[in-house]
Every structure is written in C-alpha cells, then in structure tokens.
Design a protein around this ligand. Structure first.
Ligand code: IVH
Length: 666
C-alpha cells in the first residue's frame, strides 16, 4: 500500500510537471506517447485503489454530473471592462491622459498584451486548489462554471510549488486555438452536428454547457492576465504579477512585452496587427496597462473601465451593402433615431440587417440616401456602422430628412442647437411610455417574464397601464381579455409580476430608467446607499458627486428625475403595492448555517484556526468540545477519544478531505 501511495503521488507530480512544461512553458520535455503511458499508469492505479483518488488528480478533471442550471456568485472585486482606442491618435491621447493623471512628463512604462478574442473568466484558488471558476457576467456577479473550467487541460487544478496565498483570484480569457477549432468543426461535421461560426462562439458555448463531459470534449485554452484578490501578496508591477502566476503554473500569453513611451506602444500595436494572421488564436486588438501598480491606483478607474489601461482595437472588417429603407424609432427618452434597413450581409461573425444612423447630423455628414450602396464595418462586439456611401443609385434620389413630428404621437419634435439628437418632448408620447414600460419589465431590470412588446402595447391601448406602477395593479381577468391571451398565460404573467416584487435596490433603480443611470451606476448607488431608497431620493447634487464613479452629468440626471413629483409618487406606489428592495447576496456563502463544528487530531492541510475561520465564513459555528448540539467532528491525524464519543452521540465525522469538500460545496 505504501508503495502504491508513493508511486501514485510520484505519477501525479510528474504528470503535473509535464503539463506545466507543455501548456505553460510551451516546451514539452517528453513525447505525447510517453505522457499517455504515464497517464494510463495513474488511471490504472487509481482504478484499483479508488480510496486513494484525490479530487485534484490530473485524471479527475471531469468529476461532476450535469447541472440543472448555473448558480451565480459575486466577484469580490468587480470585473471591469476596457475602454477602446480605435486608432493611433486615440492611443496617443490615452498616453497623454496617463501622463496628466500621474503628473509626469517622463516616458510611461506599460505592459503590452494581445487582446484575446475569447471569454473573460475569474478563477479562485484556495490554498493552492482551484475551487471556483466564474464567468464575468455583469462584472459584479458571474455564473459558477467551476466544473467546466476544471476541464481546461492547461489550467492546474493545484498550483505548483509549496507556498500559496490562502486566496488567489486571477482573471483570464478562455479561448479556442484556431487549429483546435478547425479540428472541432471537422468532428462536428462527422457527427452530423452543427458547426460553430467562429472560435469565440465555440468557446462561449462550451463554457456554458451544463454537462462538464461535453465541455471536456472541447479543446479550451486559457491565458491569465489580471489579479483579483491575492491574500498576503503585494506586487510592485504587473510584470512581477505575471511572472509570479506563471511560476505557480498558470498559463500566461507569451507575446506580452514591457514597452516604454508612446512610440513603442504604437510600434507594438502595429506589429501585432501585422502578425495577427500568423497567430494560432484570434485576437482583436492590443491591451496596454500601466506596469506600476501604485501608478494604477493613482490613475484610478471609471465605473466600467480602469483609467490605467486601454484596448487598442484593430481595424474593423468592411463590406458593402444597400440601404433598402429608413425608419425612425422613438426611444424611452424621446430620442428619435433613424435606422436603416439594409440588404442582409455577413460581417465579422454576424448577419447585419439594420444599422443605426444615429441622428440627422450623421445622415447629412455622410449624405446617406435610400437606395445608396454603402460601405459598412463591424469589429468585435461593436455595433455596425456606415463608413461612407460608395455609389448613389441615381442622381434623383432625394436627401433624407427626419420628419419634424414624432412618428408615434405626431407632436412636433425638436432639435436643440448643439444637441445632435432630435427629440419628442411630449411627456405623454405613447412610444416613450411603451419604451419605459418595456425597459422596466426587461430581464436586467424587474425581469417580468411574459410582458413583451405586443402585450404592453395592448395594455396601454386599453388604458390598463397609464403609469408605471399600474403594472402592480393589473388583474388576471383584465389580462386574459387581451388578444391572443388565455387564462393560463394571464395567470403566468400575474405570477411573474408578483415574483418581480422581490428585487434589489440596483435592479429597481435601473428599471426606473433615470437618464444616464445604467446597470453599473445603479449598483454603485446600491452599495453607497446600502439599499436605502430614502437617503438616495434625498441626496443633493454635491453629495452625489462625492460618490466615487458618479460624475456631474449622472448627478444632474438623478436630481432632475427626483424633481418630477410623479416619479417620487410612482416609486412610493410601487412600494405600497408590494415591491421590496432586498439587500444583494453577499459573496460569502452561508451553506453551513445551523451547523456546529468541533475538531480533533492534527490537521495536515491547514491549521485549526484557519479551519475554524472557514466554517464561520460559511455561516457555521465552532466549539472546542463536543456538546449535544455539535453536528460535525473533523478528525485529523492521531485522534483521541473524541471520535468514539462523537460516534456514540450520532455526530457526523469527517476526514480532513471530506471537510474541504464540504466547504467547497456551495
Ligand atoms: S484586462 C480591468 N487583458 O477584453 C482590465 N482583458 O474589453 C480587465 N481581454 O473583459 C481586463 N485580452 O475579457 C485584459 N490581455 C487582456 C485581455 C483582456 C482579452 C478581454 C477581457 C475583458 C475584455 C475587455
């Protein structure tokens, strides 16, 4: 037995070392065949000794059963996005901004990285063990995709080395290499399955599989690039951080380079753009990040993106198509937006059928007319836009002008000097009101399922909804009478209206549609006001500006919103009608609520104080001795009489490994 344990541990170690050489250092020491032989030996040994199987053995990447759905969990530090520099000038402006923020005229040092076109994730290692993987989600909360990230072969389940921080969070990008993508699509064809449109879609779809066996069959890769919380470590530079995680066995991209000064920033960007097609993975730009972490703090962050970094976008893909017609849409804020219907064309991964023309100024600047052949472009996740007109159908086609009245309420629309947008300012405009209700019911707001555009239209036409809070007075029989509605659907709608009443401060504030208050700002306000609505309503402009990330424009929009008494009364009515603003879920799980733990013997994987803290963080209590109320006893090595006593008392006895598993089971 001792010999088996020894060989088993030896094999695990050797395989992990080879995985590191292969995936992280890109420098395999043995052939694939030799690796297979070692892996099979380990599998065989484990098969014959199932009690010795450790959850983090290289053979155990697919351990879990299919899930019914993904749970969500909060990011301890929000996962921000990057703002973009669309061209050289914008990269130069970024560098100038940084110099100003840092109050220096010296050359700035950046880490230059490829911008990988994949899916951003967060990985959490506790005491060196991969315990969780989360998607970026909305930046505050992501989906728990732990069992899927465990299948990524290049990701260590256990970090390399002896000493690890008790908590290590890293962010990175999951992607599929182009050669792997081609093979994957070949397999899909052979199996008669649908092919994937591009590596990014394939990676996204694979990460969101409920069955980890399917994810495991997809050739996912990962590169790590940013820290989350890393307990007990203070890095001076990003370079130091990258070096540190690479040594722990985490894959880091090998094109990352330190660059100084704006000339080298641009050189890196242009060189990478030229090399783009030679790489075996898709990138859609470059990323420049301040190397010095103290400088990063000084530069600070906006609500969605850090000021200390920028994504340099590569030139977009361009195609030509034809403008079939132009119509005007009325938004919930009264903005009239001209939208062109175009002959469908495929450009960087999507089929484009509609393109926003933004406003009258834009139409005039580009002199866009119905029937024109236009050059359009789209890059990455950016909405498509018209670059220029390439050919006029005939000289007689008239110039396009947005009508001077609102297409919905037919009241005159106005365009204020200096404002690019034409607006309908009729506060009773049905299209605006419909937009407000649609926004209120939308998924990220109150999430009222079943109240779609057509039903909302009918509810407004039938005067069942005249103001926002009327949603909460709707009766089942009233809804059932609408076109294409039955009793069952009406019942479902009432049920989802009732369900929506339990919401959070942030979702409710976002749902109200205050101008310039998006989801992210609503969450910032939620944190600041600790979900206290009254304090928020009574805030002055100066107080609002005090809040980190809230600027003058947002503060003014909030003040204007509350000045309108009808908004305050709508909110009060919602609360009277049962809307409850619950505090958001915290990221500490409470899955050990109502448990009392005791410990005996020597723990080998952690010290007793840490073990106690972990129980307490998960909502449990700890006691030194056994009492009638004790629910669990964790037995380490060299235990005494406590175990026997606990057995008699019917207390659950856990080994240290079982204890760890239970802790991670939330
Ligand atoms: S850093 C606060 N580095 O791009 C900075 N992001 O548009 C957070 N991405 O959500 C990200 N390559 O998913 C960073 N080398 C890189 C990246 C990268 C790709 C993605 C990431 C992020 C998105 C931002």
């Amino acid at each position: 037995m001792i010999k088996t344990v020894k060989r088993l541990n030896e094999l695990k170690k050797i395989i992990e070392e080879h995985n590191y050489s292969y995936y992280v250092l890109d420098n395999p020491i043995i052939s694939d065949k030799e690796w297979d032989t070692l892996f099979r030996e380990l599998q065989e040994l484990e098969k014959n000794n199932p009690s010795l199987i450790d959850k983090n053995s290289p053979t155990q990447r697919v351990g879990a059963k299919p899930l019914k759905g993904f749970k969500t969990a909060a990011h301890r530090i929000p996962m921000l996005s990057l703002s973009n520099a669309m061209n050289e000038d914008e990269l130069i402006s970024f560098n100038e901004r940084i110099k100003k923020l840092l109050e220096t005229t010296h050359k700035i040092e950046y880490m230059a990285e490829p911008k990988l076109d994949g899916i951003g994730v967060e990985l959490i290692y506790q005491d060196g063990i991969l315990i969780r993987g989360l998607t970026r989600g909305d930046g505050f909360e992501g989906e728990d995709i732990t069992q899927n990230v465990r299948t990524i072969k290049s990701l260590p389940l256990k970090l390399i080395g002896q000493r690890f921080p008790s908590l290590l969070e890293v962010r990175g990008e999951v992607f599929i290499k182009i050669s792997d993508f081609d093979k994957l699509n070949e397999t899909q064809i052979k199996k008669g399955l649908q092919v994937f449109a591009n590596p990014r879609n394939a990676a996204a779809g694979s990460l969101r599989q409920l069955d980890p066996k399917i994810t495991s069959s997809r050739p996912l890769s990962i590169n790590c690039y940013e820290p989350g919380i890393i307990e007990g470590k203070n890095f001076k530079t990003h370079q130091e951080f990258l070096f540190y995680i690479k040594n722990l066995g985490l894959p880091v991209n090998n094109m990352i380079k330190k660059v100084s000064g704006v000339k080298n920033v641009i050189k890196y960007h242009n060189t990478l753009e030229l090399k783009r097609n030679e790489l075996n993975y898709e990138i859609d730009g470059t990323v420049f990040k301040l190397n010095n972490y103290i400088e990063r703090e000084k530069a600070g962050s906006r609500s969605r993106s850090p000021r200390w970094a920028i994504a340099g976008k590569f030139k977009a893909q361009q195609v030509t198509t034809e403008i079939v017609s132009i119509s005007v849409q009325v938004g919930r804020t009264g903005a009239l937006t001209p939208v062109a219907k175009v002959k469908p064309v495929y450009v960087s991964g999507v089929t484009v059928t509609n393109i926003t023309l933004h406003n009258q100024d834009e139409i005039e600047r580009k002199d866009i007319r119905i029937g024109d052949s236009v050059l359009i472009e789209r890059s990455g996740d950016v909405i498509p836009k018209i670059v220029k007109v390439v050919k006029r159908k005939n000289n007689k086609s008239p110039k396009y002008k947005i009508e001077s009245s609102c297409p919905s309420c037919h009241e005159p629309s106005i365009k204020i000097e200096g404002d690019a947008v034409t607006r309908c300012i009729n506060s009773n405009c049905p299209a605006q009101f419909k937009g407000k209700i649609q926004h209120f019911c939308s998924k990220l707001a109150m999430n009222i399922e079943g109240l779609g555009e057509k039903i909302i239209e009918q509810l407004i036409e039938n005067k069942l909804i005249k103001k926002l809070d009327d949603i909460y007075s709707l009766k089942e029989n009233e809804i059932a009478k609408l076109d294409r509605m039955g009793e069952k659907s009406a019942q479902n709608i009432i049920q989802s209206i009732n369900l929506s009443k339990k919401t959070t401060f942030a979702k409710f504030i976002y749902a109200l549609g205050i101008r310039n208050v998006g989801e992210h700002t609503a969450k910032t306000l939620e944190k600041y006001y600790n979900s206290n609505l009254e304090n928020f309503i009574n805030a002055t402009e100066d107080q609002l500006i005090e809040i980190e990330e809230i600027g003058e424009i947002v503060a003014q929009s909030i003040i204007i919103f509350w000045k309108d008494e009808s908004n305050v009364s709508t909110i009060n009515n919602c609360i009277i009608k049962g809307v409850q603003l619950l505090k958001p879920k915290s990221n500490t799980s409470e899955h050990l609520n109502n448990t009392i733990f005791a410990f005996t013997g020597t723990l080998e994987l952690m010290n007793r104080n840490d073990a106690k803290k972990k129980v307490e963080n998960a909502g449990g209590l700890t006691k030194n001795s056994l009492t009638k109320k004790t629910t669990h006893l964790v037995a380490g090595q060299k235990t005494g009489s406590k175990v026997e006593k606990a057995k008699k008392m019917g207390i659950i006895i856990l080994s240290e490994n079982e204890f760890l598993e239970l802790l991670n089971k939330n």
